[in-house]
Ligand binder design. Structure first.
Ligand code: DAH
Length: 347
């Protein structure tokens, strides 16, 4: 009988090894381990009828063989089930997953939200404005005389017009060259006291380089009330810049020319990179030119329809892109609108 058991063992193991499906495996189980006609089951049944001296040895051989076949069968079954499951999309929840990519804010949006919060805390309202505007709001209402050479420096994009239609100069459609285009529009609709910022995109027909792009971002701001002075202007800018850069900064004013302010200034900020010692960013001067500004020209208040001499105000036009470049140490303005994910993913 031991030879017979050995023969069944070999046969069973080889049959199991050849199985390719669960169905085939079930048949093999039936053939060797089945309760009714399984070959090993039959052997075990016969053991009890063996003479006493053979019974124990044969019985334990038959039991060991049965256990071995059972184990091989289970192993094969697990292999077939797993292979099928993988094909069917089964996944192991204990395997570390792939992190889904989450979106994040564009660096310009981050700066805008920060600037807005600071201004809101000082009582300013935030207004978005028209990107498509006309020559009146972009220039003429802001005390640019018709054909004034200052308009040339803005390299404005004009909207193509039908040459047969005669359009008044004021009404000619342009893409705004600065967010100052919202000054008079907002003043017309609101009475002082007025504290507003206008973050927005501007467009100029520029030859692009590391610090110029045809599409760029500015934040215009203005305050109109009785008795507004240059001191209010300086204080507001100092608070803003200190908060943005997270450190106390110094500011200074130099004369600057813009038709819509009188006096007009260039506001410089002590260089945050070198702390005012002089470096390549501040061109060794310790100061960075950051915010053109000034006291609103009486002609602009007149365009808004405010009573003559009643109000004064200050205005400023921050280079929002510039501010982001300073804060995040970005050396090329074109990166903002270039759509290069390698750049954007760093924020
Ligand atoms: N709009 C000007 C520009 O784009 C910047 C500017 C200068 C805005 C002085 C102001 C200001 O409000 O007072 O060049």
């Amino acid at each position: 009988m031991p030879e017979q058991i050995e023969k069944i063992r070999q046969q069973a193991l080889s049959d199991i090894g050849r199985c390719r499906s669960e169905k085939e495996l079930e048949n093999v189980r039936h053939k060797y381990l089945g309760r009714q006609d399984g070959q090993l089951t039959a052997i075990l049944r016969q053991v009890s009828r063996l003479p006493e001296d053979q019974r124990q040895a044969t019985g334990s051989l038959a039991n060991r063989t049965r256990a071995e076949v059972e184990q091989a069968w289970q192993k094969k079954k697990a292999g077939i089930v797993n292979a099928g499951a993988t094909q069917a999309g089964y996944f192991d929840i204990t395997v570390p997953g792939t992190k889904p990519a989450t979106g994040h804010l564009h660096p310009l949006t981050r700066i805008r939200l920060e600037v807005q919060e600071i201004f809101k805390s000082m009582g300013f309202m935030v207004q978005e404005g028209n990107e498509l505007t006309d020559l009146y709001y972009n220039f003429l209402s802001l005390n640019f005389p018709e054909n004034h050479p200052a308009m040339d420096s803005y390299d404005t994009f004009f909207i193509k017009e039908d040459p047969k239609q005669k359009i008044e100069l004021e009404k000619r459609q342009v893409m705004r060259a600065h967010t100052s285009n919202m000054q008079v529009r907002i003043m017309e609709k609101n009475k002082p006291p007025l504290k507003v910022i206008v973050p927005g995109r501007c467009f100029r027909n520029e030859a692009t380089d590391a610090s110029h792009d045809h599409t760029f971002h500015q934040i215009e701001g203005f305050v109109v009330d009785e008795n507004i002075s240059i001191a209010n202007l300086v204080y507001t800018q100092k608070v803003l810049l200190s908060k943005i850069f997270g450190q106390e900064v110094k500011v200074r004013l130099r004369p600057g020319y813009f038709p819509f302010v009188e006096p007009g200034f260039e506001l410089d900020c002590s260089c945050i990179i070198c702390g005012g010692q002089g470096c390549s960013v501040c061109k060794r001067t310790g100061w960075v030119e950051l915010i053109p500004c000034g006291m609103i020209h009486p002609k602009v208040l007149e365009s808004a329809g405010y009573p003559q001499g009643k109000y004064t105000g200050f205005a400023f036009g921050m280079g929002w892109s510039r501010l982001a470049m300073m804060k995040y140490e970005i050396d090329d303005i074109r990166l903002f609108m270039g759509g290069d994910l390698r750049f954007l993913q760093q924020f």
